[in-house]
Design a binder for this molecule. Sequence first.
Ligand SMILES: [Zn+2]
Length: 501
Amino acid sequence: MKKIVINKKFKIISVVVMLAVAILIVTLLCVNFKKDTSYNLSSYKMELSFNDEQKTLTGTEEVTFVNNYDNMFTYLYLHLYPNAFREGAKNRVVSSNDEDRAYPNNVSYGNITIKSVSYEGQDLTYAIEGEDENILKVDLPCQVYPEESITFSIEFEVKLANINHRLGYGNNTINLGNFYPIICVYESGTGFKTDLYHSNGDPFYSECANYDVTISYPSNFMLASSGNLISSAEENNITTSVMKENNIRDFCLVLSDIFQHSSVKVGNTVINYYGYTNDKNLEECLSIAEDALTTFNSMFGQYPYSQLSVVKANFLHGGMEYPNLVLISDDIAESDLAYVIVHEIAHQWWYGVVGNDEYSHAWMDEGLAEYSTLLFFKENENYNENFSTLIENATQSYKTFVRVYQTVTGEVDTSMNRPLNEFNTEPEYVQCTYTKGLLMFDTIREMVGGRKFIKALKKYYEDFAYKNASPAQMVASFIKSTGYDLEDFFASWLNGEVVIQ
Ligand SMILES: [Zn+2]
């Protein structure tokens, strides 16, 4: 080693020059992060590979975070939903009553492993955090100011549990819902919403983004997804499919080696129905979906995407909504098929296009999806479901729940606006969000009249398209559209004061 001796004055000049160079480099780096203003949504670009023997999904996700908030960010939080399926996870992914139906074999576990997080080939600092390894914290290499963006890559591997759930594999389908790290919604005043997975309801909350997804899988599988298929090529019995879709709040994929597929066009939208090979009711299911899309298009406003996939799948509950894709359980009774398909398609309006925090305010999308289903039957008499009877059944079901809970536990909490983890039981969650939700919207329709009610829903859909609405925004929107002061009305229903006779 050769030591260089320099005088003090030169030393000071050197330090000043070095500082100036450092500031210039940081400034240049930050300029690089500036957002292209023509592209104002965050995006996820994924390259995935599904291994059927291992039941793993490996891939790289290029996340472009566009700062559409008022804050500056130095780090981001992303949900790691697959870790809810870990052995020893804090919350069960299914309630104990549902375990027998959920696991086709024995109890099984899955997880997500983050292999690296990088920016332009350089590793970024990251940490697995949250109460239950449910959050990925990524330290950004630079401050990201409003309207700026930054792109970083995450390498990950998801191991699937053998479970009839949104994420997992059953005997017939491989369901890939909520499998990738997704940016947590940031609420000013609250910060990042990092709620834990819960077996009640759909514990998800996200912003709309653009998706570009490539997946490789064995060629004996057929693929359904939230995206528009751009290309598909086969080599050595491996198919590689590329899908894209803009302005959707999540992305789901389903694979099966026993799918058969049928489609129909409704306006600008192609509806794809994926059933199983020996299904006799393929056309019937497609026709229900066609009726639902047609009815809701005219009732609430046009569905804005060019495809909708209705997918039969191993799923322990009746159905599950994702943008442009709904799962319909393969073990529901034939008599429930129309109800479930219509409910899940209604979610394309209430959850898909108009989003809300499904963890904290599940009544917003579930209540509206349930009531939309009843309105569908009112409009489509050929389904032989009497609207008044459906309302009466819902009222009786809710009253029975209140009576039974009061008798058994001495008290009953009927407030609706609670986060998923604050419902004591699954029936309490279902009654307070779905049943009471539909009864609340029906009471509003009775008060303001059918025309004003539909006008209010149309306006709510138009004003909050591609956004997340808060309960206060929904209430304000209804008040403005109907001309009725519904503030106290909503409050008494939501806080549990109202008594349903
Ligand atoms: Zn629902």
